[in-house]
Write a protein that binds this ligand. Structure first.
Ligand code: PGA
Length: 311
């Protein structure tokens, strides 16, 4: 059957109005032009689509089927239009993404996959701590951020998307590696910890955890870098508490071990956040959907190393 989208759309209008005259008026065409197109459609179908009952026209059985398909095709075309318009917005888009220092390892991987999908897009990626992320959001200096759970009163639209377990890491020769599992929590009070800066979400979560248990940890080196914590722990300068997402080859090659400590891991979650009421640019919306959708979940499921406790 040879038909054109134009014939279908003229037919849809005539069928909806049950009138050639009103369809012609709606489409700003002459009535003979509309009749001719509909006649050609009937010829391709090989069946009459309308019949005249009294002074009014009605759809035949074939006409009702044709009308049903014409409407569905019309809706699909409209959706296609909307999708293309949205994609044009994404394709030319610039995404301002800010992520917590700790989220950097998987965020760059997601961004790489996303930019493959939407070529021609550009990005600015800021990697910083929790406090700065919250400042950026309130100053509208970023479109969207990846961070630990933001405070309730921050007026943000928030979507959790992945667990963020914090674990205790030690040098493989550390004395606690050799005590029977699980290591009692109190044993940590004898140790020195290499910690993140005070504005870091990891540091805040870790301090809350110990405060709630009436404990106070001895802190040694304080640093803004998760890599620096790992290097310091590898160098025997103390224990570290880091997100499992910061660990990678260190576990594989045995440079660090994750201690099985009572009450650990401290379970946190990663969130996508943007200002409430902010109209997200199409690229930021697309990024949000990508990260929380099938593809993002698949990529993220490969970003958590298998943690190995002692022994
Ligand atoms: P951060 O991580 O420690 O790198 O600031 C953010 C968070 O866990 O909230």
């Amino acid at each position: 059957m040879h038909l054109t989208l134009r014939q279908l759309s003229l037919f849809e209008s005539v069928a909806r109005h049950r009138s050639f005259t009103r369809a012609a008026a709606e489409l700003h065409l002459s009535q003979p032009a509309v009749s001719m197109q509909v006649r050609q459609l009937e010829e391709s179908a090989g069946l009459p689509l309308f019949e005249k009952i009294g002074r009014r026209i009605q759809l035949t059985e074939a006409g009702r089927e044709m009308y049903d398909y014409a409407r569905r095709i019309g809706q699909s075309l409209q959706e296609l239009d909307e999708v293309m318009a949205a994609l044009k917005g994404v394709q030319r888009g610039h995404l301002r993404l800010s992520v917590a220092t700790t989220a950097n390892s998987f965020a760059t991987r997601i961004l790489a996959a996303f930019s493959q999908r939407y070529r021609g897009t550009t990005y600015s990626l800021d990697v910083t701590n929790r406090k700065t992320l919250l400042d950026q959001l309130s100053g509208n200096e970023t479109d969207i951020v990846i961070m630990g759970k933001p405070p309730e009163d921050a007026n943000l639209e928030v979507r959790p998307f992945m667990e963020n377990p914090l674990v205790v890491v030690a040098h493989p020769d550390h004395r606690l590696v050799h005590v029977p599992s699980p290591v009692p929590l109190q044993a940590l009070q004898e140790e020195v910890f290499v910690v993140r800066e005070r504005e870091s979400g990891t540091r805040i979560a870790m301090e809350r955890f110990f405060n709630e248990r009436g404990m106070h940890l001895k802190t040694g080196i304080e640093t803004t870098s998760n890599s620096a914590i790992k290097h310091a722990v590898e160098a025997g300068l103390g224990l570290g508490i880091v997100s499992i997402h910061t660990l990678d080859l260190e576990l594989e090659v045995g440079a660090l071990v994750v201690l099985d400590v009572e009450g650990f891991p401290i379970l946190r979650h990663w969130h996508l956040a943007h200002c409430k009421g902010k109209r997200l640019p199409p690229i930021a919306q697309a990024f949000q959907e990508f990260l929380t959708g099938e593809e993002g979940r698949h990529l993220l499921s490969h970003s958590v190393p298998v943690s190995r406790g002692p022994g």
